[in-house]
Design a protein around this ligand. Structure first.
Ligand code: RNT
Ligand code: ZN
Length: 421
């Protein structure tokens, strides 16, 4: 795209937004400070590096597709991430799962992982100026095969997963100390039942006891922030999920943790946009897993649909500094780096839409009971030239403008990912 035309379009857009009391330069500045947490697991279909050619199993989640070129090694995954970062405006983080360590060709079981297995990632993150986030991995493992982990009735299995999660938090704190930015450790477990259980309480009691042991280890919030992720249902846990919304909401509020809300983890018509201001009433921060469920928690690539826009608008209204925005989806049917970039750019566009909202005017209408005016302005705002502001931001940030990045990824596919056979 032509630079002069982008700049000219931007100055016209700037004037139009100014009529609504919106400062586009300020919006761009705020957007440039937003750091998304990019989920490493989109790069290899949640396989990880515990074993060669590992693949996602159990856990109530599923990846479909076998498009060519998935990352098979740490080096390939890093190269793909670097490509993705180069096509997304701004500075973004990396979100790792515990199965993505560098285990030196040995089988290191989950209760043996240690900071040393993530030293390579820390070095890479530092070299690239990238912040880190982390997740214990309580799936794709024989000890999770029957669908229970931290709430398992077998004490030794619980002990195994408690040890794993304690180590995952220790590794997180190590990463936070090394990189100088706090790591968000998120805990999601698959525990639940396909059929209606006779006892819903006992597994929840056991999960609570396990969590008490895990979070008894204290770390500085400068290094580590803890989140717990609820879910309504999964594949094989359609009738009961131990870690439900109420369970984790209660646990988090009582124990000073933050909740993680995933866009795919509630009833399909339930919006998490409405939940953000409620949760932040009782918590200083919240973690979002930006995903896209299609009929179920299918983890489709994020696009700028109404669900996303509603959420990002609330993120802006509630304060960008209070919401950690992480991506969570996995699609193996198309170019995986393209999936990262599409979802990241869509999320940033959603945040930009929130920043460009004529919020002062809307609030004024609302406060004075001018309800038709509020509705009409909301509608007119949808036809404002946000794309011109977005393009200008991309230009300034030194990343491809508009659809230009598609060609760059085609070239990367031709020279790099398609050669992975
Ligand atoms: C699963 C949760 C969880 C995972 C990742 C891989 O339903 O959303 O966040 O997607 O941890
Ligand atoms: Zn999630």
């Amino acid at each position: 795209m032509n630079k002069d035309r982008i700049e000219a379009a931007y100055s016209a857009a700037k004037e139009r937004y100014a009529e609504f009391g919106v400062d586009t330069d300020k919006a761009i500045k705020a957007l440039s400070g937003v750091s998304l947490s990019l989920h490493c697991w989109q790069g290899d279909d949640v396989g990880g590096f515990e074993k060669p050619a590992a693949s996602l199993s159990g856990g109530g989640i599923q990846v479909t597709g076998n498009y060519l070129g998935k990352a098979r090694t740490v080096a390939e995954l890093r190269s793909d991430l670097e490509k993705a970062y180069s096509l997304i405006p701004g500075k973004h983080r990396v979100n790792l799962h515990a199965i993505y360590g560098e285990f030196g060709g040995k089988l290191v079981d989950r209760d043996e992982i240690a900071p040393e297995h993530f030293q390579g990632w820390v070095d890479w993150a530092k070299a690239n100026g990238v912040g880190m986030d982390f997740n214990a991995t309580l799936f794709s493992h024989p000890k999770a095969d029957d669908g229970f982990t931290l709430s398992h009735e077998d004490k030794s299995i619980r002990a195994f997963w408690i040890e794993h999660t304690r180590r995952a938090r220790e590794i997180s704190a190590f990463m936070g100390r090394e990189t100088g930015t706090p790591v968000v450790h998120n805990l999601w477990i698959p525990d639940g039942c396909k059929e209606t259980p006779a006892d819903r309480r006992a597994p929840r009691q056991r999960l609570k006891n396990s969590l008490d042991l895990i979070y008894a280890d204290k770390y500085s919030p400068d290094y580590l922030r803890d989140a717990v992720e609820c879910k309504l249902f999964g594949i094989g846990s359609e009738s009961y999920v131990v870690g439900s919304h109420e369970f984790y909401m209660g646990y988090a509020m009582k124990n000073g943790l933050m909740v993680c809300m995933d866009l795919g983890h509630f009833h399909p018509t339930e919006s998490i946009a409405d939940k953000i201001s409620s949760v932040l009433m009782f918590s200083d921060e919240v973690l979002l897993h930006v995903s896209r469920g299609v009929r179920w928690d299918s983890d489709h690539v994020v696009i700028a649909n109404d669900d996303l826009m509603d959420v990002t608008r609330e993120v802006v209204r509630n304060g960008l500094d209070k919401v950690h925005v992480a991506l969570d989806y996995f699609d193996g049917t198309l170019n995986r780096v393209g999936a990262w970039v599409t979802g990241s750019r869509a999320t940033l566009k959603g945040i930009l839409a929130g920043l460009l909202e004529p919020s002062a005017m809307l609030k004024e209408y609302e406060d004075s009971g001018k309800l038709f005016e509020r509705l009409a302005l909301t509608e007119e705002a949808k036809a404002m030239p946000m794309g011109d502001v977005w393009n200008y931001y991309c230009l300034q940030a030194g990343v491809p403008v508009g659809a230009d990045w598609i060609g760059e990824l085609q070239a990367y596919e031709a020279t790099v990912t398609s050669k992975r056979v």
